[in-house]
Design a binder for this molecule. Structure first.
Ligand SMILES: *Cc1c(COP(=O)(O)O)cnc(C)c1O
Length: 552
Protein backbone atom coordinates (compact mmCIF):
# COMPACT_ATOMS: atom_id res chain seq x y z
CA UNK A 1 0.00 0.00 0.00
CA UNK A 2 1.32 3.43 -0.75
CA UNK A 3 0.68 6.34 1.55
CA UNK A 4 -0.16 9.65 -0.03
CA UNK A 5 2.38 11.78 1.77
CA UNK A 6 0.96 15.14 0.76
CA UNK A 7 -2.52 15.01 2.18
CA UNK A 8 -5.40 12.91 3.40
CA UNK A 9 -7.48 10.66 1.24
CA UNK A 10 -10.95 12.23 1.17
CA UNK A 11 -12.39 9.05 -0.35
CA UNK A 12 -11.37 7.00 2.72
CA UNK A 13 -14.51 5.01 3.61
CA UNK A 14 -16.18 5.72 6.91
CA UNK A 15 -16.74 2.62 8.94
CA UNK A 16 -20.19 1.13 8.82
CA UNK A 17 -21.57 3.44 6.15
CA UNK A 18 -21.82 0.78 3.44
CA UNK A 19 -21.69 -2.52 5.31
CA UNK A 20 -24.48 -3.93 7.46
CA UNK A 21 -23.53 -4.63 11.08
CA UNK A 22 -22.51 -8.23 11.70
CA UNK A 23 -24.48 -10.58 13.97
CA UNK A 24 -21.48 -11.05 16.28
CA UNK A 25 -20.31 -7.47 16.29
CA UNK A 26 -16.99 -8.78 14.92
CA UNK A 27 -15.51 -6.93 11.97
CA UNK A 28 -13.62 -9.74 10.25
CA UNK A 29 -10.53 -10.28 12.40
CA UNK A 30 -11.30 -7.24 14.55
CA UNK A 31 -13.12 -9.30 17.18
CA UNK A 32 -15.55 -8.00 19.75
CA UNK A 33 -14.78 -9.37 23.18
CA UNK A 34 -17.01 -8.97 26.19
CA UNK A 35 -15.73 -8.88 29.75
CA UNK A 36 -14.99 -12.25 31.31
CA UNK A 37 -17.80 -11.47 33.77
CA UNK A 38 -20.24 -11.21 30.88
CA UNK A 39 -19.19 -14.40 29.09
CA UNK A 40 -18.15 -16.48 32.11
CA UNK A 41 -20.34 -18.27 34.61
CA UNK A 42 -19.62 -18.80 38.27
CA UNK A 43 -20.79 -22.42 37.91
CA UNK A 44 -18.31 -23.23 35.15
CA UNK A 45 -14.73 -24.22 35.64
CA UNK A 46 -11.97 -25.36 33.35
CA UNK A 47 -10.36 -27.37 36.14
CA UNK A 48 -11.65 -30.48 37.87
CA UNK A 49 -11.06 -30.68 41.58
CA UNK A 50 -11.76 -33.89 43.39
CA UNK A 51 -13.81 -33.54 46.51
CA UNK A 52 -11.79 -33.12 49.67
CA UNK A 53 -11.82 -36.39 51.57
CA UNK A 54 -13.42 -36.08 54.98
CA UNK A 55 -10.90 -36.05 57.80
CA UNK A 56 -11.33 -38.12 60.85
CA UNK A 57 -13.90 -36.66 63.15
CA UNK A 58 -15.16 -34.39 60.39
CA UNK A 59 -18.27 -35.43 58.53
CA UNK A 60 -18.41 -35.04 54.80
CA UNK A 61 -19.83 -31.59 54.29
CA UNK A 62 -23.24 -31.34 52.72
CA UNK A 63 -23.25 -29.97 49.23
CA UNK A 64 -19.75 -31.23 48.41
CA UNK A 65 -20.10 -32.78 45.01
CA UNK A 66 -17.43 -34.35 42.85
CA UNK A 67 -17.14 -33.11 39.31
CA UNK A 68 -18.07 -35.71 36.76
CA UNK A 69 -14.73 -35.13 35.09
CA UNK A 70 -16.07 -33.44 31.97
CA UNK A 71 -14.33 -30.13 31.38
CA UNK A 72 -16.69 -27.25 31.28
CA UNK A 73 -19.52 -29.09 33.00
CA UNK A 74 -21.26 -27.27 35.76
CA UNK A 75 -19.82 -28.03 39.16
CA UNK A 76 -20.53 -26.62 42.54
CA UNK A 77 -18.74 -23.44 43.53
CA UNK A 78 -15.21 -24.19 44.66
CA UNK A 79 -16.12 -23.89 48.27
CA UNK A 80 -17.34 -27.06 49.93
CA UNK A 81 -19.67 -26.42 52.77
CA UNK A 82 -17.87 -27.29 55.95
CA UNK A 83 -19.15 -29.32 58.83
CA UNK A 84 -19.74 -27.41 62.04
CA UNK A 85 -16.48 -28.88 63.34
CA UNK A 86 -14.51 -27.83 60.25
CA UNK A 87 -16.04 -24.39 60.48
CA UNK A 88 -15.01 -24.20 64.09
CA UNK A 89 -11.42 -24.89 63.14
CA UNK A 90 -11.42 -21.98 60.65
CA UNK A 91 -13.07 -19.66 63.12
CA UNK A 92 -15.23 -17.14 61.29
CA UNK A 93 -12.89 -17.25 58.30
CA UNK A 94 -14.81 -20.10 56.61
CA UNK A 95 -16.45 -18.94 53.41
CA UNK A 96 -20.21 -18.97 53.62
CA UNK A 97 -21.07 -18.05 50.00
CA UNK A 98 -19.68 -18.68 46.55
CA UNK A 99 -16.65 -16.59 45.66
CA UNK A 100 -18.35 -15.27 42.51
CA UNK A 101 -15.45 -15.56 40.06
CA UNK A 102 -16.48 -16.17 36.47
CA UNK A 103 -15.36 -19.45 34.97
CA UNK A 104 -14.72 -20.55 31.39
CA UNK A 105 -13.56 -23.81 29.91
CA UNK A 106 -9.86 -23.96 29.06
CA UNK A 107 -10.25 -23.24 25.31
CA UNK A 108 -12.65 -20.39 26.08
CA UNK A 109 -10.15 -18.96 28.55
CA UNK A 110 -7.29 -19.15 26.06
CA UNK A 111 -9.42 -17.47 23.39
CA UNK A 112 -10.63 -14.75 25.72
CA UNK A 113 -7.15 -13.58 26.63
CA UNK A 114 -5.75 -14.07 23.12
CA UNK A 115 -8.55 -11.91 21.72
CA UNK A 116 -7.92 -9.23 24.33
CA UNK A 117 -4.18 -9.30 23.57
CA UNK A 118 -4.96 -8.57 19.90
CA UNK A 119 -6.58 -5.31 20.93
CA UNK A 120 -3.36 -4.17 22.52
CA UNK A 121 -0.58 -2.28 20.78
CA UNK A 122 3.03 -3.25 21.28
CA UNK A 123 6.47 -2.61 19.87
CA UNK A 124 6.35 -6.03 18.18
CA UNK A 125 3.26 -4.87 16.26
CA UNK A 126 4.37 -1.49 14.99
CA UNK A 127 6.23 1.76 15.48
CA UNK A 128 5.69 3.14 18.99
CA UNK A 129 6.52 6.88 18.89
CA UNK A 130 5.95 7.59 22.58
CA UNK A 131 8.37 10.40 23.44
CA UNK A 132 10.60 10.11 26.52
CA UNK A 133 9.76 6.40 26.77
CA UNK A 134 12.39 4.99 24.36
CA UNK A 135 10.21 2.21 22.99
CA UNK A 136 12.86 0.26 21.09
CA UNK A 137 12.93 -3.24 19.70
CA UNK A 138 13.96 -5.84 22.25
CA UNK A 139 16.44 -8.21 20.64
CA UNK A 140 15.31 -11.82 20.97
CA UNK A 141 18.81 -12.74 22.11
CA UNK A 142 18.06 -10.86 25.36
CA UNK A 143 15.00 -13.04 25.91
CA UNK A 144 16.93 -16.22 25.24
CA UNK A 145 19.54 -15.29 27.83
CA UNK A 146 17.00 -14.18 30.44
CA UNK A 147 15.20 -17.52 30.09
CA UNK A 148 18.28 -19.65 30.80
CA UNK A 149 17.19 -21.66 33.86
CA UNK A 150 20.31 -20.61 35.79
CA UNK A 151 19.05 -17.02 35.63
CA UNK A 152 15.28 -17.44 35.34
CA UNK A 153 14.86 -19.96 38.15
CA UNK A 154 17.11 -18.55 40.88
CA UNK A 155 15.54 -17.59 44.17
CA UNK A 156 16.64 -14.51 46.10
CA UNK A 157 17.04 -16.53 49.30
CA UNK A 158 19.26 -19.20 47.72
CA UNK A 159 22.70 -19.66 49.34
CA UNK A 160 25.16 -17.28 47.72
CA UNK A 161 27.50 -20.07 46.59
CA UNK A 162 24.68 -21.49 44.40
CA UNK A 163 24.05 -18.21 42.53
CA UNK A 164 27.58 -17.12 41.67
CA UNK A 165 26.69 -16.74 37.97
CA UNK A 166 23.73 -14.46 38.73
CA UNK A 167 25.90 -12.34 41.03
CA UNK A 168 28.52 -12.12 38.28
CA UNK A 169 25.84 -10.79 35.89
CA UNK A 170 24.93 -8.07 38.40
CA UNK A 171 28.60 -7.27 38.98
CA UNK A 172 29.47 -7.10 35.25
CA UNK A 173 26.43 -4.96 34.46
CA UNK A 174 27.34 -2.63 37.34
CA UNK A 175 30.87 -2.38 35.91
CA UNK A 176 29.59 -1.35 32.46
CA UNK A 177 27.08 1.15 33.85
CA UNK A 178 29.83 2.82 35.88
CA UNK A 179 32.19 2.77 32.88
CA UNK A 180 29.62 4.17 30.43
CA UNK A 181 28.68 6.99 32.80
CA UNK A 182 32.12 7.81 34.23
CA UNK A 183 30.73 7.64 37.75
CA UNK A 184 32.11 6.09 40.96
CA UNK A 185 29.56 3.42 41.85
CA UNK A 186 26.06 2.18 41.11
CA UNK A 187 23.09 1.15 43.23
CA UNK A 188 21.50 -1.70 41.29
CA UNK A 189 18.34 -2.40 43.29
CA UNK A 190 15.85 0.39 42.30
CA UNK A 191 13.04 -1.06 40.23
CA UNK A 192 12.15 1.80 37.88
CA UNK A 193 13.25 5.27 36.87
CA UNK A 194 11.12 7.01 39.48
CA UNK A 195 12.33 4.55 42.14
CA UNK A 196 15.90 5.40 41.08
CA UNK A 197 15.12 9.10 41.49
CA UNK A 198 14.02 8.41 45.04
CA UNK A 199 17.21 6.42 45.67
CA UNK A 200 19.37 9.29 44.36
CA UNK A 201 17.53 11.95 46.35
CA UNK A 202 17.70 9.84 49.54
CA UNK A 203 21.47 9.50 49.00
CA UNK A 204 21.71 13.29 48.58
CA UNK A 205 19.65 13.78 51.74
CA UNK A 206 21.86 11.36 53.71
CA UNK A 207 25.01 13.12 52.48
CA UNK A 208 23.69 16.54 53.47
CA UNK A 209 22.58 15.29 56.88
CA UNK A 210 26.00 13.68 57.43
CA UNK A 211 27.61 17.07 56.98
CA UNK A 212 25.10 18.68 59.31
CA UNK A 213 23.24 20.45 56.50
CA UNK A 214 19.87 18.76 56.85
CA UNK A 215 18.33 22.24 56.92
CA UNK A 216 18.71 22.52 53.13
CA UNK A 217 15.07 21.91 52.18
CA UNK A 218 14.69 23.05 48.59
CA UNK A 219 15.20 21.16 45.34
CA UNK A 220 15.24 23.18 42.12
CA UNK A 221 13.50 21.53 39.16
CA UNK A 222 13.14 22.98 35.64
CA UNK A 223 9.62 23.63 34.35
CA UNK A 224 10.09 21.09 31.58
CA UNK A 225 10.88 18.21 33.99
CA UNK A 226 9.12 14.85 33.92
CA UNK A 227 6.39 14.80 36.58
CA UNK A 228 8.28 12.15 38.54
CA UNK A 229 11.05 14.66 39.40
CA UNK A 230 9.02 17.09 41.54
CA UNK A 231 7.01 14.14 42.91
CA UNK A 232 10.21 12.41 44.05
CA UNK A 233 11.60 15.54 45.70
CA UNK A 234 8.31 16.16 47.50
CA UNK A 235 8.05 12.50 48.57
CA UNK A 236 11.53 12.75 50.10
CA UNK A 237 10.38 15.77 52.13
CA UNK A 238 11.77 18.61 50.00
CA UNK A 239 10.07 21.75 48.73
CA UNK A 240 10.18 22.06 44.96
CA UNK A 241 10.89 25.33 43.20
CA UNK A 242 10.54 25.72 39.44
CA UNK A 243 13.34 27.02 37.27
CA UNK A 244 12.14 28.62 34.03
CA UNK A 245 13.20 27.58 30.54
CA UNK A 246 14.75 29.86 27.95
CA UNK A 247 13.06 30.52 24.59
CA UNK A 248 15.52 27.92 23.25
CA UNK A 249 13.92 25.20 25.42
CA UNK A 250 16.86 24.80 27.80
CA UNK A 251 17.23 25.53 31.52
CA UNK A 252 17.63 29.23 32.26
CA UNK A 253 21.13 28.92 33.75
CA UNK A 254 21.26 32.49 35.01
CA UNK A 255 17.92 32.09 36.84
CA UNK A 256 19.06 28.80 38.34
CA UNK A 257 22.38 30.19 39.58
CA UNK A 258 20.64 33.25 41.00
CA UNK A 259 18.38 31.00 43.10
CA UNK A 260 21.22 28.95 44.67
CA UNK A 261 21.92 29.50 48.37
CA UNK A 262 22.21 27.90 51.80
CA UNK A 263 18.60 26.59 51.70
CA UNK A 264 19.04 24.67 48.43
CA UNK A 265 19.77 20.93 48.75
CA UNK A 266 20.26 20.43 45.05
CA UNK A 267 18.86 20.39 41.54
CA UNK A 268 17.16 17.72 39.43
CA UNK A 269 17.92 18.21 35.76
CA UNK A 270 17.02 15.96 32.85
CA UNK A 271 19.74 15.74 30.23
CA UNK A 272 19.03 15.45 27.35
CA UNK A 273 15.94 17.33 28.47
CA UNK A 274 12.27 16.68 27.78
CA UNK A 275 12.24 19.20 24.92
CA UNK A 276 14.67 16.82 23.20
CA UNK A 277 17.64 19.16 23.67
CA UNK A 278 21.05 18.73 25.25
CA UNK A 279 21.65 20.96 28.29
CA UNK A 280 24.91 22.50 27.13
CA UNK A 281 25.46 24.41 30.40
CA UNK A 282 25.41 21.26 32.52
CA UNK A 283 29.04 21.58 33.66
CA UNK A 284 28.55 25.25 34.57
CA UNK A 285 25.37 24.39 36.45
CA UNK A 286 27.02 21.52 38.37
CA UNK A 287 29.99 23.67 39.36
CA UNK A 288 27.70 26.46 40.58
CA UNK A 289 25.50 24.04 42.56
CA UNK A 290 28.54 22.43 44.22
CA UNK A 291 30.01 25.81 45.02
CA UNK A 292 26.75 26.73 46.74
CA UNK A 293 26.91 23.52 48.80
CA UNK A 294 24.24 21.56 46.90
CA UNK A 295 24.26 18.30 44.95
CA UNK A 296 23.28 17.51 41.38
CA UNK A 297 20.70 14.89 40.40
CA UNK A 298 20.39 14.10 36.70
CA UNK A 299 17.32 12.34 35.32
CA UNK A 300 19.02 9.91 32.94
CA UNK A 301 15.89 8.50 31.31
CA UNK A 302 17.04 9.97 27.99
CA UNK A 303 20.52 8.43 28.17
CA UNK A 304 19.81 6.61 24.88
CA UNK A 305 20.65 9.81 23.00
CA UNK A 306 24.15 10.12 24.48
CA UNK A 307 25.23 6.61 25.49
CA UNK A 308 28.83 6.06 24.35
CA UNK A 309 29.14 9.78 23.50
CA UNK A 310 28.86 11.62 26.82
CA UNK A 311 29.84 10.50 30.31
CA UNK A 312 27.59 12.18 32.92
CA UNK A 313 30.45 11.94 35.42
CA UNK A 314 32.35 14.46 33.27
CA UNK A 315 29.44 16.89 33.67
CA UNK A 316 29.75 17.00 37.46
CA UNK A 317 26.65 14.95 38.19
CA UNK A 318 26.31 13.30 41.62
CA UNK A 319 23.48 10.86 40.97
CA UNK A 320 21.65 9.69 37.86
CA UNK A 321 19.20 6.87 37.28
CA UNK A 322 19.41 4.79 34.15
CA UNK A 323 16.21 3.22 32.88
CA UNK A 324 17.53 -0.17 31.80
CA UNK A 325 14.10 -0.67 30.22
CA UNK A 326 14.66 2.33 27.97
CA UNK A 327 18.34 2.69 27.08
CA UNK A 328 19.32 -0.96 27.29
CA UNK A 329 16.14 -2.40 25.74
CA UNK A 330 14.21 -4.90 27.90
CA UNK A 331 10.45 -4.88 27.39
CA UNK A 332 8.39 -2.18 29.07
CA UNK A 333 5.07 -0.43 28.93
CA UNK A 334 1.81 -1.38 30.55
CA UNK A 335 3.35 -1.08 33.97
CA UNK A 336 6.58 -2.94 33.92
CA UNK A 337 8.80 -4.57 34.74
CA UNK A 338 11.36 -1.81 34.93
CA UNK A 339 14.79 -1.41 36.41
CA UNK A 340 16.39 1.87 37.42
CA UNK A 341 19.98 1.51 38.68
CA UNK A 342 21.47 4.76 40.02
CA UNK A 343 25.06 5.74 39.29
CA UNK A 344 26.69 7.80 42.03
CA UNK A 345 29.62 10.17 42.37
CA UNK A 346 32.42 9.69 44.92
CA UNK A 347 30.63 12.12 47.24
CA UNK A 348 27.48 9.94 47.34
CA UNK A 349 28.97 6.43 47.18
CA UNK A 350 29.27 6.01 50.99
CA UNK A 351 25.50 6.59 51.29
CA UNK A 352 24.40 4.10 48.60
CA UNK A 353 21.70 1.59 49.54
CA UNK A 354 22.28 -2.07 50.31
CA UNK A 355 22.72 -4.69 49.05
CA UNK A 356 25.59 -4.68 46.59
CA UNK A 357 27.71 -7.33 44.94
CA UNK A 358 31.43 -7.41 45.54
CA UNK A 359 34.14 -9.44 43.87
CA UNK A 360 36.18 -11.47 46.33
CA UNK A 361 39.24 -13.56 45.55
CA UNK A 362 37.21 -16.71 45.00
CA UNK A 363 34.00 -15.36 43.54
CA UNK A 364 31.23 -12.89 44.36
CA UNK A 365 29.75 -11.88 47.65
CA UNK A 366 26.46 -10.16 48.36
CA UNK A 367 26.96 -7.42 50.94
CA UNK A 368 23.70 -7.20 52.88
CA UNK A 369 24.83 -5.27 55.96
CA UNK A 370 26.95 -2.19 56.29
CA UNK A 371 30.41 -2.49 57.77
CA UNK A 372 32.72 0.30 58.78
CA UNK A 373 35.35 -0.67 56.23
CA UNK A 374 33.28 -1.11 53.07
CA UNK A 375 32.76 1.73 50.65
CA UNK A 376 29.03 2.08 51.47
CA UNK A 377 29.82 2.70 55.13
CA UNK A 378 27.01 5.22 55.67
CA UNK A 379 24.28 3.52 53.65
CA UNK A 380 20.87 5.15 53.95
CA UNK A 381 19.20 1.74 54.01
CA UNK A 382 17.44 -0.33 51.40
CA UNK A 383 15.19 0.38 48.43
CA UNK A 384 13.79 -3.15 48.04
CA UNK A 385 13.60 -6.42 49.94
CA UNK A 386 16.00 -8.28 47.65
CA UNK A 387 18.53 -7.46 44.96
CA UNK A 388 16.69 -5.85 42.03
CA UNK A 389 15.26 -7.08 38.73
CA UNK A 390 17.34 -10.12 37.75
CA UNK A 391 15.55 -10.60 34.42
CA UNK A 392 16.16 -6.98 33.44
CA UNK A 393 19.82 -7.22 34.49
CA UNK A 394 20.35 -10.25 32.28
CA UNK A 395 18.67 -8.58 29.30
CA UNK A 396 20.55 -5.29 29.73
CA UNK A 397 23.96 -7.00 30.05
CA UNK A 398 23.19 -9.10 26.96
CA UNK A 399 22.29 -5.90 25.11
CA UNK A 400 25.49 -4.13 26.18
CA UNK A 401 27.77 -7.07 25.37
CA UNK A 402 26.13 -7.84 22.03
CA UNK A 403 26.38 -4.19 20.92
CA UNK A 404 29.90 -3.51 22.16
CA UNK A 405 31.35 -0.04 22.58
CA UNK A 406 31.02 0.84 18.88
CA UNK A 407 27.47 -0.54 18.72
CA UNK A 408 26.29 1.48 21.72
CA UNK A 409 27.77 4.63 20.26
CA UNK A 410 25.93 3.92 17.02
CA UNK A 411 22.69 3.45 18.99
CA UNK A 412 22.96 7.05 20.21
CA UNK A 413 23.94 8.39 16.79
CA UNK A 414 21.15 6.59 14.92
CA UNK A 415 18.54 7.53 17.54
CA UNK A 416 19.48 11.20 17.13
CA UNK A 417 19.58 10.92 13.33
CA UNK A 418 16.10 9.33 13.24
CA UNK A 419 14.64 12.02 15.50
CA UNK A 420 16.11 14.80 13.37
CA UNK A 421 14.73 13.15 10.24
CA UNK A 422 11.24 13.31 11.77
CA UNK A 423 11.74 16.88 13.02
CA UNK A 424 12.86 18.20 9.63
CA UNK A 425 10.33 16.17 7.63
CA UNK A 426 7.41 17.64 9.58
CA UNK A 427 8.51 21.12 10.63
CA UNK A 428 6.70 22.69 7.70
CA UNK A 429 3.47 20.81 8.45
CA UNK A 430 3.48 21.36 12.22
CA UNK A 431 5.04 24.04 14.41
CA UNK A 432 8.37 22.93 15.91
CA UNK A 433 8.71 25.39 18.81
CA UNK A 434 12.41 24.72 19.33
CA UNK A 435 13.23 23.97 15.70
CA UNK A 436 15.41 27.09 15.77
CA UNK A 437 17.50 25.74 18.67
CA UNK A 438 19.56 23.50 16.41
CA UNK A 439 19.40 19.74 15.89
CA UNK A 440 17.35 17.83 18.44
CA UNK A 441 18.60 14.86 20.39
CA UNK A 442 16.54 11.66 20.59
CA UNK A 443 13.05 13.13 20.19
CA UNK A 444 11.21 15.67 18.06
CA UNK A 445 8.82 18.15 19.68
CA UNK A 446 5.85 19.82 17.96
CA UNK A 447 2.99 22.03 19.14
CA UNK A 448 -0.65 22.21 17.99
CA UNK A 449 -0.52 25.96 17.37
CA UNK A 450 -1.26 25.89 13.62
CA UNK A 451 -4.33 23.61 13.62
CA UNK A 452 -7.81 24.81 12.65
CA UNK A 453 -9.98 26.48 15.30
CA UNK A 454 -11.28 23.84 17.74
CA UNK A 455 -8.67 21.21 16.82
CA UNK A 456 -5.97 20.12 19.20
CA UNK A 457 -3.27 17.51 19.79
CA UNK A 458 -5.85 14.99 20.99
CA UNK A 459 -7.45 14.95 17.50
CA UNK A 460 -4.12 14.17 15.88
CA UNK A 461 -3.47 11.41 18.39
CA UNK A 462 -6.87 9.85 17.73
CA UNK A 463 -6.35 10.13 13.97
CA UNK A 464 -3.07 8.26 14.33
CA UNK A 465 -4.94 5.37 15.99
CA UNK A 466 -7.02 4.98 12.82
CA UNK A 467 -3.75 4.94 10.88
CA UNK A 468 -2.62 1.99 13.02
CA UNK A 469 -0.16 3.78 15.28
CA UNK A 470 0.12 4.20 19.01
CA UNK A 471 -0.03 7.99 19.50
CA UNK A 472 3.01 10.01 20.46
CA UNK A 473 3.39 11.50 23.96
CA UNK A 474 0.79 14.28 24.26
CA UNK A 475 0.59 17.56 26.18
CA UNK A 476 4.06 16.96 27.67
CA UNK A 477 6.35 18.79 28.26
CA UNK A 478 4.04 21.45 29.69
CA UNK A 479 6.19 24.33 28.41
CA UNK A 480 4.84 23.74 24.88
CA UNK A 481 1.21 24.35 23.83
CA UNK A 482 -0.43 21.03 22.93
CA UNK A 483 2.94 19.28 22.90
CA UNK A 484 3.51 16.25 20.66
CA UNK A 485 6.71 14.48 21.64
CA UNK A 486 7.93 11.85 19.16
CA UNK A 487 10.82 9.49 19.87
CA UNK A 488 11.59 7.10 17.05
CA UNK A 489 14.65 5.35 18.64
CA UNK A 490 17.40 3.84 16.52
CA UNK A 491 15.59 0.62 15.70
CA UNK A 492 13.17 2.06 13.09
CA UNK A 493 14.14 1.80 9.42
CA UNK A 494 13.87 4.74 7.03
CA UNK A 495 10.88 3.01 5.37
CA UNK A 496 9.10 2.75 8.73
CA UNK A 497 9.83 6.40 9.50
CA UNK A 498 8.63 7.51 6.04
CA UNK A 499 5.34 5.70 6.50
CA UNK A 500 4.80 7.27 9.93
CA UNK A 501 5.77 10.72 8.65
CA UNK A 502 3.26 10.29 5.80
CA UNK A 503 0.52 9.24 8.21
CA UNK A 504 1.19 12.08 10.66
CA UNK A 505 1.38 14.62 7.84
CA UNK A 506 -1.94 13.38 6.49
CA UNK A 507 -3.66 13.58 9.90
CA UNK A 508 -2.12 17.00 10.60
CA UNK A 509 -3.33 18.35 7.24
CA UNK A 510 -6.85 17.16 8.10
CA UNK A 511 -6.63 18.96 11.47
CA UNK A 512 -5.39 22.11 9.75
CA UNK A 513 -8.22 21.92 7.18
CA UNK A 514 -10.85 21.42 9.92
CA UNK A 515 -11.99 17.93 8.83
CA UNK A 516 -14.85 17.28 11.29
CA UNK A 517 -14.52 13.48 10.94
CA UNK A 518 -11.26 13.80 12.85
CA UNK A 519 -13.13 15.17 15.89
CA UNK A 520 -14.78 11.75 16.39
CA UNK A 521 -11.77 9.59 15.49
CA UNK A 522 -10.80 6.83 16.01
CA UNK A 523 -13.40 5.24 13.75
CA UNK A 524 -11.68 1.90 13.18
CA UNK A 525 -10.70 1.03 16.76
CA UNK A 526 -12.87 -1.38 18.81
CA UNK A 527 -14.07 1.64 20.82
CA UNK A 528 -14.19 5.20 19.59
CA UNK A 529 -13.45 8.32 21.61
CA UNK A 530 -13.66 7.61 25.33
CA UNK A 531 -13.97 9.99 28.25
CA UNK A 532 -10.45 9.25 29.45
CA UNK A 533 -10.59 11.75 32.30
CA UNK A 534 -13.70 10.10 33.72
CA UNK A 535 -12.15 6.65 33.23
CA UNK A 536 -9.01 7.72 35.11
CA UNK A 537 -10.80 9.60 37.88
CA UNK A 538 -13.72 7.23 38.45
CA UNK A 539 -12.63 3.81 37.26
CA UNK A 540 -15.25 1.09 37.59
CA UNK A 541 -13.23 -1.79 38.96
CA UNK A 542 -15.93 -4.05 40.39
CA UNK A 543 -18.39 -6.11 38.36
CA UNK A 544 -21.44 -5.68 40.56
CA UNK A 545 -23.82 -8.08 38.79
CA UNK A 546 -21.54 -11.08 39.34
CA UNK A 547 -21.25 -10.28 43.02
CA UNK A 548 -24.98 -9.87 43.33
CA UNK A 549 -25.55 -13.22 41.61
CA UNK A 550 -22.96 -14.90 43.80
CA UNK A 551 -24.62 -13.55 46.91
CA UNK A 552 -27.98 -15.05 45.99
C1 LIG B 1 10.41 7.35 31.89
C2 LIG B 1 10.91 8.56 32.57
C3 LIG B 1 10.99 8.64 33.97
C4 LIG B 1 10.43 7.60 34.91
O1 LIG B 1 10.88 6.29 34.69
P1 LIG B 1 9.96 5.05 35.10
O2 LIG B 1 10.83 3.87 34.83
O3 LIG B 1 8.74 5.12 34.26
O4 LIG B 1 9.64 5.20 36.56
C5 LIG B 1 11.54 9.78 34.53
N1 LIG B 1 11.97 10.79 33.76
C6 LIG B 1 11.89 10.76 32.41
C7 LIG B 1 12.41 11.93 31.61
C8 LIG B 1 11.35 9.65 31.77
O5 LIG B 1 11.26 9.61 30.44
Amino acid sequence: MSINASGWRPEAPQQGTSAAPTFTGNKALMLEEALIFEIGDIHTTGVDFSSPSPRRGEGRGEGTSASDGTPGNPVQPLSPTLSPEGRGRLGNLARTAAIGLPGLSEPETVRHYTRLSRQNYGIDLGFFPLGSCTMKHNPRLNEKMARLPGFADVHPLQPVDTVQGALEVIHQLAHWLVTLTGMDSVAMSPKAGAHGELCGILAIKAALEARGEGHRKIILVPESAHGTNPATAAFAGYRVEDIPATSEGRVDTAALIARLGPDVAGVMITNPNTCGLFERDMRTISDAVHEAGGLVYCDGANFNAIVGRVRPGDLGIDAMHINLHKTFSTPHGGGGPGSGPVVLSKALTPFAPLPFVEKTGAGFRLVEEETAEDHHAHTFGRMVAFHGQMGMFTRALTYILSHGADGLRQVAEDAVLNANYILRSLDETLVAPFGHSGPCMHEALFSDENLAEGFSTIDIAKGLIDEGYHPMTMYFPLVVHGAMLIEPTETESKAALDQFIGALRSVAERAKAGDVALKTAPHFAPRSRLDETLAARKPVLVWKEALAEAAE
